[in-house]
Design a protein around this ligand. Structure first.
Ligand code: ADP
Ligand code: MG
Ligand code: MG
Ligand code: MG
Length: 642
């Protein structure tokens, strides 16, 4: 998403009246875009990360930490450099949902050089320093996924009262004041209001509390039928969390479809792996991830659509929130694993087919388009469907799923891309860089070795729920494909091979293809299953890598392996441990002001490299990351590629 342009948002009533208009034109725009760009070839691997951050303020005198609602002011300064020199800046900054959040990306995407892996972390460090330079001494910027006391009284600086009874309030939350929504662009409040109005009630999020010896039930604010749940009632509880995303450009649309499919089964695995958010509204909960929170925080479905009432006003029973894991694969290889029923409007599907879009892509787009627009600007209502793509993007960009299939923007040098969206942010640049490099390397290995991770979508869905449970990395088991390298581990005879092909659509056959595995097994390998990191090592063995980059990548892979094996803690487990072992903790699941302050202070010291944290990072965690690729390496590799 580029710098947001200003605009006048329509009310929900106006937007609702135009929802069919947005859908119809969005579909025409996609058909035109597809016919222009489907044959686009020869784009090279480019990729980039997005890290979201919170601005946190420490009040040392009162031993309190709050989120600081300064993002708009800080962004205005951060964007100055970009506005003056858009092609040469080292970082780009964008607003996010909350008034305490900013999102940073590298100034330009990285390319296909191995040496690029060595600049990711330095760029992240640069970004952090850029923000810190604009903050007061008692403030900092932190890549934490959920702020533990979000939604407790006075959790913001400056503090604000909530106004649940005020009809002009966007969220009408008991806990999350409208002032904590990013004020610099109307999009965010409009989304908040429209989602609430479409649903006919506030969003409703219930998280199981972590039950400790002295936990008091019912939890304060819980619904009467859910006494052991922490109840949250605003979009900000989810969209006000930070995440780590990566986008990859493929050489053409088919490669993009393959990557989209192959990365899909890895989403729950990486969510479990990056788990970093066990605390909400001042309570320790029994989940480790933000996913279900954010999913429910923008769930605009009505009671009819959720299946709680018979359909009367609405067209469909819809099984998931618009923020959730994907429902169908896009490549021919994925087709037979599409085993969950896809809801879509047959007429829209038929229009796409008549527009020469194939079945798999047509059903994907038609499924995205069951959603109404929840944010429409008066300036954007009438568009030229041959050139504009705003109506398409309107629906596409408010389907917040684990993976996103991104078509090339109009009139740009950018190709077909896929975005990997499940990961939670880690405290340090080292960890975030390690995760980004791991996933980018995995895309290279997937394409070079033609790896196959496909399992039925229904199994990916089951994994999505299991991966969020407490300590899923060490205790969870996940459906995963047994044979990912395509060679049939020694047992294939010609007859077997033939039977396999003949039985392609036979469900029993598919069910033999996967089994339950631990994250350790998936990442480190076991028995005949090679493991993702060993596959990356083998790939790297065939690459020409300079010594510094090699060393950096090794450090990253080591971190990944040790987290997967359970030797090092996930961020979520570390946060839990800090809370539970705090001298002030009363074993009642409550995170007091002081516990929150100490936890965040310690986290800041770790992020700034002022404190070792071997249980989280191990001892050897300084990479050779550098701001620039040495000229000699750049030349050398460019020459080799020719
Ligand atoms: P969104 O929020 O819609 O995902 P952003 O613009 O915030 O989009 O982030 C896009 C990401 O894609 C950034 O990490 C950026 O570096 C990266 N990127 C930009 N151009 C390309 C490209 N041609 N190919 C792959 N990635 C790209
Ligand atoms: Mg972004
Ligand atoms: Mg973002
Ligand atoms: Mg993104």
């Amino acid at each position: 998403m580029g710098l947001l342009t200003e605009g006048s948002p329509l009310t929900w009533e106006e937007t609702k009246k135009l929802s069919q208009h947005v859908r119809e034109h969005g579909i025409e725009q996609f058909i035109n875009l597809y016919s222009r760009l489907k044959d686009r070839q020869g784009d090279i691997l480019k990729w980039g990360d997005e890290v979201e951050y919170m601005i946190v303020k420490f009040d040392d005198e009162n031993q309190r930490a709050t989120v600081s609602l300064k993002a708009q002011e800080i962004l205005a300064q951060l964007n100055e450099k970009e506005l003056a020199n858009p092609t040469e800046v080292k970082s780009l900054w964008r607003p996010e949902y909350a008034a305490y959040m900013v999102e940073g990306t590298p100034g330009k995407p990285y390319g296909g050089l191995m040496a690029h892996f060595n600049v990711v972390e330095a760029n992240m460090r640069y970004r952090r320093q850029e923000v810190v330079a604009l903050l007061a001494e008692n403030e900092t910027v932190m890549s934490i996924t959920s702020f533990p006391r979000l939604g407790t009284p006075n959790f913001t600086t400056p503090p604000y009262e909530t106004t649940p009874d005020d009809e002009s309030s966007a969220a009408r939350s008991l806990y999350f004041p409208d002032q904590a929504i990013y004020p610099g662009h109307p999009r965010f409040k409009t989304l908040t209001r429209n989602i609430r109005q479409r649903r006919n009630e506030k969003v409703s999020i219930d998280l199981p509390i972590f039950i400790d010896q002295n936990t008091k039930l019912p939890v304060e604010g819980s619904s009467s039928d859910k006494p052991n749940f922490v109840h949250l009632d605003a979009m900000g509880f989810g969209m006000g969390c930070c995440c780590l995303q990566m986008t990859f450009q493929a050489c053409n649309i088919n490669e993009a479809r393959t990557l989209y499919d192959q990365l899909t089964p890895l989403c729950p695995i990486m969510l479990a792996f990056t788990a970093a958010s066990p605390a909400y509204r001042g309570y320790l909960t029994d989940t480790d991830c933000r996913w279900n929170v954010i999913s429910a925080s923008v769930d605009c479905r009505t009671a009819e659509e959720r299946g709680e009432k018979p359909l009367k006003e609405n067209q469909f029973r819809i099984f998931k929130s618009r923020y959730d894991s994907i429902d169908s694969y896009l490549s021919p290889a994925g087709e037979k694993y599409n085993d969950v029923p896809l809801v879509y409007d047959k007429k829209i599907y038929q229009r796409l087919i008549d527009g020469e879009i194939d079945h798999l892509l047509a059903q994907h787009i038609a499924h995205l388009f069951i959603r109404d627009s929840v944010s429409l600007f008066s300036e954007k209502v009438h568009q030229n469907d041959k050139e504009d793509t705003d109506h398409f993007e309107n629906i596409q960009s408010t389907n917040w799923q684990t993976m996103r299939f991104k078509p090339p923007p109009p009139n740009s040098p950018i190709g077909w891309r896929v975005e990997f969206r499940p990961c939670e942010t880690q405290l340090t640049d080292f960890e975030n860089a390690a995760i980004v490099c791991f996933i980018v390397l995995l895309t290279r290995v997937i394409l070079s070795y033609q790896l196959n991770f496909l399992i039925p979508i229904s199994k990916v869905d089951q994994n999505m729920q299991n991966c969020q449970k407490r300590d899923a990395v060490r205790q969870g088991k996940f459906w995963f494909r047994k044979n990912i390298t395509g060679t049939n581990a020694g047992t294939t005879t010609i007859e077997n091979g033939l039977n396999d092909t003949l039985n392609n659509t036979n469900e029993e056959n598919i069910d033999d293809e996967y089994e339950l595995m631990t994250i350790d097994q998936i990442i480190n390998g076991k028995g005949t299953f090679p493991g993702l990191v060993p596959l990356i090592h083998s790939y790297l063995g065939s690459m020409d890598v300079d010594a510094d980059t090699h060393c950096t990548i090794q450090q990253y892979l080591k971190l990944i392996q040790r987290r997967a094996s359970g030797e090092l803690l996930t961020t979520a487990s570390w946060i839990r441990q800090e809370i539970i072992n705090h001298p002030d903790y009363n074993h009642d699941s409550v995170i007091s002001e002081k516990i929150n302050y100490d936890l965040l202070k310690k986290s800041k010291e770790i992020q700034d490299g002022l404190r070792l944290c071997p249980e989280l990072l191990g001892y050897h965690n300084s990479s050779k990351t550098t701001d620039n690729i040495p000229a000699a390496i750049e030349k050398h590799l460019t020459k080799k590629c020719n």
